[in-house]
Design a protein around this ligand. Structure first.
Ligand code: B16
Ligand code: MG
Length: 225
């Protein structure tokens, strides 16, 4: 691992903004309709996981729903997305999580490249609503990623597009699946959230306010020593 990183790849939901909460509310509404209610603890498994894979996880634990035809699955996933889009239509820059814009500013000023590595097909729209698009050198298009998180493809796609080696990248994530994806790519993983959800992060903070640029660089180089 080099002394200085060349790129930082940010997760969106749960790191830049709390749309993780809106995803939960939208899935909860759909799961209630299906007669298969979910709680916050189960929701941890859905964080960072793509739309269809999330639906599969909900269906899988309910024997009566296992045989749902593909066409209905697609309708249900679209329905959930409709609920989600309703919830995020009101997003504004005030919904940026604490400390994140300062972090992006410091990141930009340092010359270290910036990418977005989100599993969300709505990522570009959300970033736009938050007024943050101009900070990013590259935004991964989730629709083109064949293997979602925990597979490393989301993160390796960003590094390849930026032309930087994986070992020179830092990934920031709030989900266990996302941390696994970063580690699998051979990158330095920064976890945001409770230790019990993110035991495998190379470095972990409790909340986004603690994501300080120089401290992230320090932790990255400490791992390379
Ligand atoms: P969409 P991230 C992920 O975003 C969410 O954490 C996850 O809950 C969601 O199912 C997934 O995006 C797909 O989102 O339905 O908008 O395409 O955390 O990778 O930024
Ligand atoms: Mg996330």
């Amino acid at each position: 691992m080099a002394q200085q990183p060349e790129a930082i790849i940010y997760d969106l939901d749960g790191v830049i903004t709390d749309t993780a909460e809106f995803h939960f509310l939208a899935w909860k509404k759909l799961a209630d309709e299906l007669g298969a209610p979910i709680d916050r603890q189960f929701n941890e498994q859905l964080k960072g996981v793509g739309r269809m894979d999330s639906l599969e996880l909900i269906l899988k634990r309910n024997p009566g729903l296992k045989g749902m035809p593909q066409e209905e699955k697609e309708q249900r996933a679209a329905e959930k997305n409709g609920y989600y889009l309703d919830l995020i239509s009101q997003l504004t820059p005030s919904d940026i999580l604490p400390g994140i814009e300062e972090l992006l500013k410091a990141n930009r000023a340092s010359g270290v490249k910036i990418a977005l590595g989100s599993a969300s097909k709505n990522a570009a729209f959300v970033l736009d609503k938050l007024g943050l698009t101009h900070y990013f050198d590259y935004i991964v298009d989730a629709a083109k990623v064949k293997n979602g998180k925990p597979h490393p493809e989301t993160f390796t796609t960003a590094a390849d597009a930026l032309g930087v080696p994986y070992a020179a990248c830092i990934g920031i994530e709030d989900s266990a699946a996302g941390v696994e994806a970063i580690n699998g790519a051979g990158m330095f993983s920064v976890g945001v959230g409770p230790a019990e959800h993110l035991p495998h992060a190379d470095w972990r903070v409790d909340n986004t306010e603690q994501l300080e640029f120089t401290e992230i660089l320090k932790q990255y180089s400490a791992k390379g020593e």
